[in-house]
Write a protein that binds this ligand. Structure first.
Ligand SMILES: [Zn+2]
Ligand SMILES: [Zn+2]
Length: 471
């Protein structure tokens, strides 16, 4: 079959886990390789709470047999799927037939688990393409022990790189999301053009990147647009809450840290290295020293060793970083000098501490030692463990620590998605990464709703797309 077609293995009517295979002729590209958040198992990573995880050493077998990742066995490390009966994997997918390609490559848009969950189990021969800064972040989270490495061959590509697969090309287009380096794709097969946003938002630091993506798409003339729709509500009439732009959020941070008396604990996601850099720079400007929990320090250092494009010339790169000695375990090598917990406790008003949730016990020492008592601050910034988490709340109450929340999320507001669809004006739009894809107001653009496991030609998508009811 020579016609370009798409197969939807994941991300359909679910948040996360996008796995879409585009193939034409002998070549195919799978975009993203994640595991849905709401599947049977939570993807393997160092989590700061305890979700139901896969059994160590059997992860990919359980993901495959749970129908949580594409049933194309050539994608996986043969050692890790040894003895798995392909007939049983096929049965999980109701013995559905899938297209065969001579070569499948992989594109990974960003470093959130719902997009990379299967990467550690990839076949060592699988070519993997990533935007440069995503690759740098991957090196960071592997160094920090937050994620396993992969044997697959990763090629780090600069933003806007075009990769030629013969039958089609892909262009990597950096977007804005709360994972550094997040990128979308434009696939061009000559006859048809497909754009994939990956996860994106307008309220981030770089809305101009979204405008650039829209411009690139408009210039190409996109046939099929695939966007994420994480924040679409169940009821299309409901309006999700406002999320403040990144600059406002950073202003709030600057105000709080400027006024804070005691120690400032900061719990944020070390996948958003640009926010981390901005918060480091603000804290230094406000006269604070930076101390990090060891895995944060390892991520920050290893990612920057790769030369993050987004942080070129950033003042945070010159900041002096210290690692809290209590977070360094035996045999661990850390990239910066350590500072004693007692020293931080003695000079609470001089430090910003990049903290991680499982280390709550340290608060007992940090808050009871030293002169200043009962005036520290705990800032939770887009992290999954919130200030009202029962354990966090207990510690904050016990030590009189003021809790703050600084969130703006990583996903686009429904209005922003509608605006993007309208401006790109594709022949058909597909909304993935959402339990409520039908809630999207496509502003007259025809929509197509794939099913999990469905294979459909690009021509048929355009033909079958229809204007949503009620528009
Ligand atoms: Zn996602
Ligand atoms: Zn994401």
């Amino acid at each position: 079959m020579h016609e370009g077609q798409l197969t939807f293995f994941g991300g359909v009517s679910k948040s996360g886990g996008v796995q879409v295979l585009y193939g034409k002729g002998k070549q195919a590209i799978l975009f993203d390789f994640g595991i849905e958040h709401s599947s049977l198992l939570f993807p393997k990573q160092t989590t700061l709470y305890e979700p139901v995880g896969a059994t160590t050493g059997r992860e990919i077998r359980q993901f495959l047999l749970g129908g949580m990742t594409a049933p194309l066995l050539e994608l996986y490390d043969p050692q890790q799927i040894k003895g798995i009966d392909p007939a049983i994997v096929s049965r999980v997918w109701s013995d559905r037939e899938f297209p065969q390609y001579e070569r499948i490559s992989l594109f990974i848009g960003h470093m959130h688990t719902d997009h990379i969950g299967a990467l550690p189990y990839a076949n060592p021969d699988l070519p993997v393409y990533m935007n440069h800064d995503s690759y740098a972040l991957y090196r960071g989270i592997v160094a920090g022990g937050h994620y396993p490495d992969t044997a697959a061959r990763i090629e780090a590509c600069e933003d806007l790189s075009i990769i030629d697969f013969g039958e089609f090309t892909i262009q990597i287009v950096e977007m804005d999301h709360n994972a550094t380096g997040a990128a979308g794709l434009i696939i061009d097969s000559g006859d048809y053009k497909i754009a994939y946003t990956g996860d994106w938002r307008r309220q981030g630091k770089h809305p101009e990147k979204i405008d650039r993506f829209i411009e690139l798409c408009r210039n190409k003339g996109i046939d099929v647009l695939i966007t994420e729709g994480t924040r679409l509500p169940a009821d299309p009439a409901a309006v999700p809450s406002y999320q403040q732009p990144e600059d406002e959020l950073l202003n709030d941070f600057a105000e709080w840290i400027g006024a804070a008396e005691g120690l400032v604990y900061l719990q944020m996601s070390p996948r958003d290295l640009e926010r981390m850099a901005n918060m480091i720079a603000i804290a230094v400007e406000k006269g604070r020293k930076i101390v990090m929990e060891s895995s944060h320090a390892l991520i920050w250092h290893a990612a920057n060793q790769e030369g993050l494009r987004i942080l070129e010339g950033h003042p945070a790169l010159n900041a002096e970083i210290r690692v809290l000695d209590a977070t360094v375990t035996d045999g661990m090598t850390v990239p910066y000098d350590t500072v004693a917990l007692e020293e931080v406790a003695e000079h609470k008003d001089q430090y910003l501490y990049f903290f991680k949730f499982p280390d709550l016990a340290q608060m007992i020492e940090l808050e009871t030692l030293g002169q200043l008592q009962g005036c520290s601050h705990f800032i939770q910034s887009d992290y999954s463990v919130k200030v009202d988490h029962k354990d966090v709340a207990k510690f904050l109450k016990t030590f009189g620590i003021t809790g703050h929340t600084l969130n703006n999320g990583g996903h686009a507001h429904p209005e922003a998605i509608s605006d993007l669809v309208e401006r790109i004006a594709p022949k058909a739009v597909i909304t993935l990464h959402s339990p409520h894809p039908r809630s999207l107001d496509t502003r007259g653009v025809k929509a197509f709703f794939p099913e999990k496991g469905q294979t459909v030609s690009v021509a048929s998508i355009i033909e079958a797309a229809s204007v949503a009811a009620g528009q």
